[in-house]
Design a protein around this ligand. Sequence first.
Ligand code: ADP
Ligand code: MG
Length: 284
Amino acid sequence: MLHIGVDAGGTLVKIACEHEDGAISFRKFRSSDLTQAAEWVDAQPLRGNLCLTGGKAGLFQALIRREAGHVIEFEATCSGAKWLLCREGIALPSFLLTNVGTGTSIHYVDEHTHYRVGGTGVGGGTILGLSALTTGIDDFEEIVRLAAAGSRDDIDLTVGHIYEGATPPIPGELTASNFGRWLQTGGSRRKEDVLASVIGLVGETVATVSVHAAGQSGAACVLYIGSSFVRNELLRRVVAGYTELRGSRSLTLPDGEFSGAVGALLSARNADAQVPLACGPEGR
Ligand code: ADP
Ligand code: MG
């Protein structure tokens, strides 16, 4: 192993590794298993550097034997996202980066600069917490699997529901009130339906905040990253639908949830030599 970048977040520890042959591989641990993640990193025969980022980077450093470099989380996330875009052959002059992690953080990024535009406490932690509270299910994969079979129709109030056949001034399929129909219809208690509405609430909130931020900062495209999207087709669909309905372009990336870890890996690499980590197909 050559270099390792670690993004120790509020829920998950994401790790990006560069191998001797230039290949990049990824790994994930729960943040509640921080010791296990640290033991794994300690066990790697590392020829190069180790760099850490994320809110739990300090805790992670205390658990490992070697002294690691450190990079600020937003710096790492933006540079990692740019690298992953380049790996996919996507060139964007500027974009808004919305990281739906435990919470949601929004950044403006272009060739020369990046800055944090804002965020919302509604994010992946909300999917887990609200799902557990309403249905008792706290396993992310099960939440996502059940939500995919759910219907929001008896839970969320759309503009069309309010206008009841009359022509609404805005598209009828827009949500007027998340969970706003639940009392009116007697409410569905099907777990699938409730979970679909939880994901709808989170997706529509992050997309709405992102579209406003994109408008203010002049970015034409929103790149959505974060582990909340992992195998979560429903969240992707809600977010893309809302973003595009409001006139922005929506993008997600393979391995986008590893942006911070890739950014840390780039820092680990640059500490060694000023050679940028190749992002073409050979750099995969
Ligand atoms: P952070 O950097 O804050 O840890 P992530 O980008 O890793 O955030 O996203 C965490 C969110 O991803 C969780 O809140 C949850 O909604 C979702 N998630 C995806 N996979 C898992 C998993 N295996 N365990 C727990 N949460 C997961
Ligand atoms: Mg994170």
